[in-house]
Ligand binder design. Structure first.
Ligand code: NAD
Length: 319
């Protein structure tokens, strides 16, 4: 059965199930890539302060709106609060700066990027600030409760329609749900057949949060960082299980990996600069895997995480 193009959030808004991720999209091509993705039919853009390309992404959006291809209200613009802005009084000013960078007056969804509070870095000194300003990681004392309360006031002030969390584990979510006045609408996590996390996903879905997967193709996105665990594990596209299922359905391995998520009510945000892949990655809602296919793909689980600060040489042992 085809899956609807959007999923209802607990905030009442509808979120596209397939979007375009902006991590590692180069500044000099970002505006064109966003514009072309809108032309190809993408409506959700997953950005972040940390990606350093929100100004250019906003230029792509502005061009598409100016040419009448899309209206602002038809887009779903996502951004994320970086770790150095977790203190209560830092959240709104940086969200306003990010909105100005995008050239919009509200975010459809604004996440806490990581459950890690780092020492404040003034945007006039370094932006985006990254994880460290030297060799040392410097933490801040802001609690997640303090940050979440400030996130809630973004909703009150109509700067964000929905707020979410990323890279949180279930213990922290259980705690957050005790005090949240506005519940997180979405949890964004690394999710692919090598990192299935069925308990976390079952728990948050039961709590009414939606899940968005990042790095759906597993090691592929991390090869450029020369991470040992990514370099040494078999590519998901080459997996005989994925290949056989793809051949059976007449789809690409990439489509099978994305459909494996969307069929489990998990949204996806792949990106590509190739028009045929843009179209391919959008076509992951209207055909079905069999139940046995989903099980066989899930059985590839190795509890193997790539996007872990430790893998980048930073001692932030959150996972
Ligand atoms: P991705 O989904 O963009 O995939 C990695 C690579 O796969 C791409 O660079 C592209 O070259 C290739 N690709 C795309 N479509 C393909 C296809 N159909 N066939 C073959 N190859 C294809 O991976 P990602 O950037 O790791 O994750 C997606 C998005 O998730 C990011 O852009 C970002 O928005 C988000 N993300 C969030 C976090 C977080 O901490 N919240 C971390 C990582 C990524």
């Amino acid at each position: 059965m085809p899956t609807p193009a959007t999923i209802k959030l607990n905030s009442g808004y509808d979120m596209p199930r397939v979007g375009f991720g902006l991590w590692k999209v180069a500044n000099d091509t970002c505006a064109d890539q966003v514009y072309n993705a809108i032309k190809a039919g993408y409506r959700l853009f997953d950005g972040a302060c940390d990606y350093g390309n929100e100004v250019e992404a906003g230029q792509g959006v502005a061009r598409a709106i100016k040419e009448g291809i899309v209206k602002r209200e038809e887009l779903f613009i996502v951004s994320k609060l970086w770790n150095t802005f977790h203190e209560g009084d830092k959240v709104e000013p940086i969200a306003r700066k990010q909105l100005a960078d995008w050239g919009v007056d509200y975010f459809d969804l604004y996440y806490i990027h990581f459950p890690v509070s780092l020492k404040y870095v003034d945007p006039s000194v370094k932006y985006p600030p990254g994880w460290s300003q030297g060799n040392e990681i410097e933490f801040s004392n802001a609690t997640i409760q303090e940050t979440w309360t400030a996130m809630e006031s973004l909703v009150d002030k109509k700067l964000a329609r929905s707020i979410g969390i990323s890279n949180f584990n279930s213990q922290l979510i259980m705690d957050l749900l005790r005090y949240a006045r506005i519940r997180p609408a979405v949890l964004q996590i690394e999710h692919h057949p090598y990192l299935v996390q069925p308990r976390l996903i079952e728990y948050v879905q039961k709590e009414g949060l939606r899940v968005t997967a990042y790095s759906s193709f597993g090691p592929l996105s991390f090869l450029e960082f020369h991470m040992e665990n990514a370099d040494n594990c078999p590519r998901l596209f080459d997996s005989p299980v994925v290949q056989q299922i793809a051949a059976k359905h007449g789809k690409s391995a990439a489509q099978v990996l994305l459909r494996w998520s969307t069929q489990q009510d998990i949204s996806v945000i792949p990106k590509s600069d190739k028009p045929y892949r843009l179209a391919e990655n959008l076509n992951v809602l209207e055909w079905d895997l069999e139940e046995a296919d989903i099980k066989a793909i899930s059985a590839l689980d190795k509890n193997l995480r790539f996007n872990d600060p430790l893998n980048y040489g930073m001692y932030v042992p959150i996972f």
